[in-house]
Design a protein around this ligand. Structure first.
Ligand code: C2E
Ligand code: CA
Ligand code: CA
Length: 609
């Protein structure tokens, strides 16, 4: 009972120390100093020390020591497993080593022979293992010059102190790993520069300073990195990126605030504007000089340059998003003006330029977030009575501009290289719609999807299509693909292979907008297309325009010769219809029958037909 009371008393004192103001803020070393001193005082031992075990488990090194009367005295000392194997084994077995007579205990007998105990004449020891997480990492060691029979309280109390030290170790390790995680979340791991997230954070910090102090955001883009990657290999591209990163990091300018990598080949720098005009120009010039130097690749010198856009707070923008988009659009302007130069954002940067960049980001977002949709336009049999197939046409429900037609955003998608991604989105949505018709027991006619040149030239296209068919359990025969003549004008082995693979899956291929390009008859004969779609411009003025009649007739004749069928697009009236029927056109598509419509309306047409 008395033992218990004493232990509770000691434990309470330990807790008071742990919860005392400021303890948490001490370093690990200071915390252990305080613990050693307290333990020494509470248990009235001659000395107390903390030892750390080497990672291989063969050495114990004294790290801190508190001696009664002398206080903290640090004397390094190392114990080797070879000399003290019993002691090491006992520790590993997680034993509390409580010995009243060091020399008679087999675990500690070896200490009798070494200088440690002779110098300090240790007669009794009470040792408790210390952990880091669940790894044994050292020992807390209480020493007495006189022999001492350790009480239960001594042992329980020592264990509490050892456990506390273990907890501090573990917490420290946790904090270190948090720091590491912090590093990962704030840095770009390839260049070691800060990342976009850090940049945004810093911009917001600078913007909220009172009074506001002006700064510039410089947005860098390495010129021709794609060409370098393609022409010289990714490793050379990587070397260029890391060299540019290092150069930006090394730039020493009084107003330089931070450098971040914000994209594959894009970097940003914050530059605090010193009072006075003109200084930003000088800064930009010297940064450009530092960066636009050749990069040594082996014995070769590779010319490397960047285009830079500069926007300032608060003159150009006073919020994060606008500031970034201003500097980006200035950078794109620099590219347009011939690269290797800096451009400053100004309101003259045409409004369309700005809208363009905004749209680009919005389109990326739209593709990712399914803000696009499809409409279906039925394609009719020649007697105009039956829906034989349909064409999927993409739409964009823009959050502020409303329903956008392809003419309003496809040119942008082409220009910025998003068109193939968009086409795949359409393919997937079409497969999903076919699958949903199947589930409803509707017999959906084949769906024709438009493919851009970029999509058809993708060597992996057939694999991607096969994966979609598989995923949605759709037959190849339920799909048709339309490509415009110009998309197939260059014969490449890979194109031929892609087309053959698609046909093998049962997919029919059509040539879209026929008559507007330059397909040679021979070429068409060699490619596995089974349908031609006559462009709307030739249909429009039928049957009054003699030239259009002649062209359409020759297309129909040629198709007959090739054994392919013909769709007339843009049929709007009966006169066109009658003429096309008389000339032996196979299919009709146009507002005369149906405008493009939502999938639900299309299902309605199918069920009421
Ligand atoms: P297109 O492939 O020639 O598609 C037919 C276009 O003609 C559609 O315009 C359709 O609404 C319109 N049209 C159909 N019948 C008539 C008619 O009787 N009168 C008139 N005035 N127009 C008619 P839309 O939907 O605006 O598409 C325009 C073009 O955008 C398409 O021309 C196609 O080249 C492209 N496009 C549409 N969706 C996609 C897609 O998913 N991927 C790709 N790469 N291109 C697409
Ligand atoms: Ca089409
Ligand atoms: Ca067309």
């Amino acid at each position: 009972m008395e033992h218990t009371q004493v232990f509770f008393g000691h434990h309470k004192t330990l807790m008071q120390l742990l919860y005392s103001a400021g303890f948490i803020d001490l370093s690990k070393h200071e915390k252990r100093e305080a613990l050693l001193a307290l333990c020494c005082k509470l248990l009235q031992v001659d000395a107390i020390s903390v030892w750390s075990l080497s990672s291989c488990g063969t050495r114990l090194s004294r790290e801190q020591c508190y001696t009664m009367g002398l206080g903290h005295v640090y004397e390094p000392y190392t114990l080797n497993r070879a000399q003290h194997s019993n002691y090491f084994s006992a520790l590993e077995a997680a034993e509390i080593i409580a010995t009243h007579d060091v020399e008679s205990d087999p675990r500690t007998r070896s200490f009798g022979l070494c200088s440690l105990s002779q110098q300090q004449s240790v007669a009794a020891m009470l040792d408790a293992p210390v952990y880091d997480g669940n790894r044994l990492c050292g020992v807390l060691c209480l020493e007495n010059r006189e022999q001492r029979r350790w009480s239960l309280t001594d042992i329980a109390c020592t264990t509490s102190f050892a456990d506390t030290i273990s907890m501090i170790n573990t917490h420290e390790a946790w904090q270190d790993s948090r720091k590491e995680l912090d590093y990962i979340t704030h840095h770009d791991d390839f260049t070691g520069l800060l990342n976009q997230r850090s940049l945004q954070h810093r911009i917001q910090q600078l913007m909220s300073q009172q009074p506001p102090s002006p700064f510039a955001l410089l947005w860098f883009d390495i010129d021709r990195l794609n060409a370098i990657n393609n022409g010289m290999g990714g490793q050379v591209g990587d070397a260029v990126v890391s060299t540019v990163a290092a150069r930006l990091r090394r730039v020493a300018l009084p107003g330089k605030d931070m450098v971040a990598r914000v994209g594959g080949d894009e970097f940003a720098m914050l530059y605090r504007l010193p009072p006075g005009k003109g200084s930003i120009d000088d800064a930009v010039t010297s940064i450009m000089e530092a960066v636009n130097q050749p990069v040594n690749i082996g014995v070769q010198k590779l010319a490397v340059s960047t285009s830079v856009g500069v926007a300032t707070f608060p003159d150009d923008a006073d919020d994060l998003v606008t500031l970034i988009s201003c500097s980006e659009s200035a950078m794109h302007h620099a590219k347009k003006c011939g690269r290797r130069q800096a451009q400053y954002f100004n309101q003259d940067l045409s409004a369309s330029d700005k809208a363009h960049f905004l749209m680009e980001n919005q389109l990326i977002e739209a593709i990712a977030s399914d803000a696009l949709s499809l409409e279906y336009q039925p394609i009719m049999s020649v007697d105009a009575r039956t829906v034989v197939s349909c064409e999927a046409l993409v739409r964009w429900q823009h959050h502020s501009q409303g329903f956008l037609s392809p003419a309003e955003f496809l040119p942008l998608a082409y220009e910025v290289g998003l068109i193939a991604e968009l086409d795949l989105w359409v393919l997937e949505r079409a497969c999903r719609d076919i699958a949903s018709a199947q589930r409803r027991g509707l017999s959906m006619p084949p769906v024709a999807v438009n493919l851009s040149a970029d999509a058809i030239m993708d060597p992996l296209l057939a694999d991607k299509v096969a994966a979609l068919l598989d995923q949605y359990r759709v037959q190849g025969s339920q799909l048709e693909l339309e490509v415009i003549e110009d998309a197939i004008k260059d014969e490449t082995g890979s194109l031929r292979h892609t087309l053959d693979q698609l046909v093998r899956m049962g997919i029919k291929l059509s040539i879209d907008d026929f008559g507007t390009g330059y397909s040679s008859l021979l070429r068409l004969k060699n490619l596995p297309f089974t349908k031609l779609k006559i462009d709307r411009s030739f249909i429009q003025d039928l049957p009054t325009d003699a030239d259009d009649c002649a062209i359409t007739l020759s297309i129909l004749g040629m198709a007959r010769g090739l054994g392919v069928s013909v769709v007339a697009e843009g049929v709007e009236n009966s006169a066109q219809e009658t003429w096309l029927q008389q000339q032996g056109c196979h299919y009709l598509q146009g507002f005369k029958y149906h405008k493009p419509m939502s999938i639900d309306d299309f299902f309605h047409v199918l069920t009421t037909a």
